[in-house]
Design a protein around this ligand. Structure first.
Ligand code: DAH
Length: 376
């Protein structure tokens, strides 16, 4: 027989004594306060509120108490557990806030740090413009043709019907690699740095089957000083079409299509009589001023700086292929005819992008090329 009332006294259950519960609560609160990071807090939580924690075990003891003792012990344990959970939640948000503040500092990106990567560079706008021009003609069925920059005098001048005493052959205009009388020279033809892309016309006619439709961009050389409007090395685009029945009208239509493609609807070209040994008739080609579109002409209120209020901008030379050139290349001028034109790409680039000094184009400074972007 058990002692009277003995088992109804919760104080008799060791784990439920008020001092004991207080000790458990204080130990838990101390552990929570001592946790300096979220991991430590997680450990403290398991140790003091987990299934095997002293408070949980004490809680379990309550079940064994008689009903009248349950309420008191339950309140005591419940309050202790509540205090611990409250402290845990408070410490949790404190530590999370600390962590967030630390991560913000530690993982911050300093956008003012000096840039230490090698800049990627950029394609030169001369290249992209040249490719854009090629594309216009490739879309019409033309092929891209090439020739050497170190060229025989025969291709550069003779085959293009330049007479032997033509001033362009003077050394003040042309860089000679080897004179006609030079070592190994045949006495007939020297070697020059090509002064224009027109020799590619000759190469195309000699190498290809007729009809010939070619577009030939490339570097050319002339003994000029480098200044704001001249450079001894520059780029040209040459076009040649040889077929049955081609006329000056085909040339004009082709030129107009090109300027519309490059500068937009409404653009056009005009031809002015000129002389080139390899075309007959020959013309200077102008395009409508792409800025004022001719509106500045005779209109002093609206002057145009780009074309000096002339309404037109000179682009290059063109004409109907001289029958002598066809003959030099073994093409029957009775059956075939053709047209050709050539112009400098630097000038076109200066027009299209308002570049004011040609030196900027040739100096190779990436600060010039980068703003043109990565046009591919
Ligand atoms: N080759 C000439 C130059 O460099 C430009 C030129 C004129 C090219 C008339 C042509 C042409 O194809 O037909 O000045």
């Amino acid at each position: 027989m058990s002692a009277p009332n003995k088992s109804y006294d919760p104080v008799e259950v060791e784990a439920l004594k008020p001092e004991e519960i207080e000790r458990m609560r204080d130990a838990a609160l101390a552990a929570v306060a001592a946790a300096t990071d979220l991991d430590a807090l997680a450990h403290a939580k398991t140790a003091h509120t987990g299934g095997a924690s002293p408070l949980a075990l004490a809680n379990r003891e309550i079940g064994a108490l008689p009903p009248q003792a349950k309420a008191e012990a339950g309140k005591r344990v419940g309050q202790a557990r509540g205090a611990v959970n409250k402290a845990l939640a408070a410490r949790q948000s404190e530590l999370e806030a600390e962590r967030d503040a630390r991560v913000l500092v530690e993982e911050a990106v300093d956008v003012t740090l000096p840039y230490d990567r090698r800049p990627a560079g950029a394609r030169h706008p001369l290249t992209t413009l040249s490719e854009r021009i090629e594309d216009i003609f490739v879309a019409m069925g033309y092929e891209v043709a090439e020739g050497p920059e170190v060229e025989s005098e025969w291709f550069n001048f003779d085959a293009l019907n330049f007479p032997p005493d033509h001033p362009a052959r003077e050394t003040q205009d042309t860089f000679f690699v080897e004179g006609p009388e030079g070592p190994g020279g045949s006495g007939e033809s020297g070697v020059v740095l090509r002064t224009h892309t027109s020799p590619v016309q000759i190469r195309a006619l000699l190498e290809r089957e007729l009809p010939v439709y070619v577009i030939a961009p490339g570097r050319v050389y002339r003994s000029d000083e480098l200044d704001a409007t001249h450079t001894p090395v520059f780029a040209q685009v040459e076009l040649l079409a040889v077929d049955e029945g081609l006329t000056m009208a085909d040339l004009k239509g082709t030129l107009d299509h090109m300027v519309v493609s490059l500068f937009g609807e409404g653009m056009t070209t005009r031809l002015r009589p000129n002389h080139f040994p390899f075309t007959e008739p020959s013309a200077e080609m102008d395009m409508l001023c792409y800025v004022c579109r001719g509106d500045s002409v005779g209109n002093p209120d609206r002057p145009c700086r780009t074309c000096s209020s002339e309404g037109w901008i000179e682009l290059g030379g063109c004409g109907v292929v001289n029958p002598r050139v066809l003959t030099a290349c073994g093409v029957d001028p009775e059956k075939y005819s053709g047209f050709a034109f050539g112009f400098g790409i630097e000038r076109m680039l200066m027009f299209r992008h308002s570049v004011e000094d040609m030196r900027d184009i040739v100096e190779g400074d990436v600060r010039f090329t980068l703003p043109f972007g990565m046009e591919i």
